[in-house]
Design a protein around this ligand. Structure first.
Ligand code: SF4
Ligand code: FES
Length: 251
């Protein structure tokens, strides 16, 4: 396939960026999107030019590193699919593909397509963990958990922290991500001891990082490569209100 790539190039956080056009003459429909960018970078290096900075790791849809805007859609045109799992057969010969980084203030651009998503790490550090002793693997199986809760917790735990929800939301909200992380633990007995403190601390950090509030657009759910459900935002509200009331009552 012959394609025309228009890629956002930006030398550093404070540099002025611009879209640069790269013709690609021999793209296999069986390549992944990242393999296609690998080919571009190989050619750029052979020509003595600077390769395009991109982030990637697992290339199997589980690490959350590879998020890009492809023709204005987070992770590209295929629902429930990360950039690394997107194949070039989803594009047509002669297509022009515009590739940009996430655009959101709490995710500043480091270089080209690479953004700093450490705001998510700080939200997790604030409360997205269990510090009680939960025993070994067999102990987890010994704790009875209703099937419905186990399934909902598992679905929420599928969030890979990619940031597509933030990048797609007109209000830059991180509530689908935070809702998934809070739900995953609120639904399980192992998350119970720190449940209230967790909800308050993670929401506080989310606000501190500058993410917006949910405005019920629903674009986050549509863009999420792991199809995390909006119901996790409703659970986030409930967890937060219950925790904030109970903490303020004690004060
Ligand atoms: S909720 Fe979905 S889009 Fe948002 S960080 Fe998690 S996996 Fe990515
Ligand atoms: S590289 Fe890990 S999810 Fe795409």
């Amino acid at each position: 396939m012959k394609l025309t790539l228009k890629i956002w190039r930006q030398a550093g956080p404070d540099a002025k960026g611009r879209l640069v056009t790269y013709p690609m003459d021999d793209v296999s429909p069986d390549q992944s999107f990242l393999e296609m960018l690998d080919d571009l970078n190989r050619d750029l290096v052979l020509k003595g030019e600077e390769p395009v900075a991109i982030e990637h790791d697992c290339r199997e849809g589980i690490c959350g590193c590879c998020g890009l805007m492809i023709n204005g859609q987070a992770h590209g045109p295929v629902k429930g699919t990360t950039v690394c799992q997107l194949h070039m057969r989803n594009f047509k010969d002669g297509d022009t593909i515009v590739i940009e980084p996430w655009r959101s203030k709490p995710f500043p651009i480091i270089k080209d397509l690479l953004v700093d998503r450490s705001a998510f790490d700080r939200i997790i550090q604030a409360g997205g963990f269990v510090s009680v002793n939960t025993g070994n693997a067999q102990d987890a199986n010994a704790v009875p958990i209703p099937k419905k809760n186990a399934d909902l917790a598992f679905d929420a735990a599928a969030c890979i922290g990619c940031g597509a929800c933030v990048a797609s939301c007109p209000n830059g909200s991180a509530m689908l991500f935070v809702g998934a992380k809070i739900s995953q633990l609120a639904l399980l007995p192992q998350g119970e001891p720190e449940r209230k403190r967790r909800a308050v601390a993670m929401v506080k950090q989310m606000d501190k990082e500058g993410f917006g509030n949910c405005s019920n657009v629903g674009e986050c759910e549509a863009a999420c490569p792991k199809e995390i459900k909006l119901a996790n935002i409703q659970r986030l509200y409930r967890e937060y209100v219950r925790a904030a009331w109970s903490i303020s009552e004690k004060v």
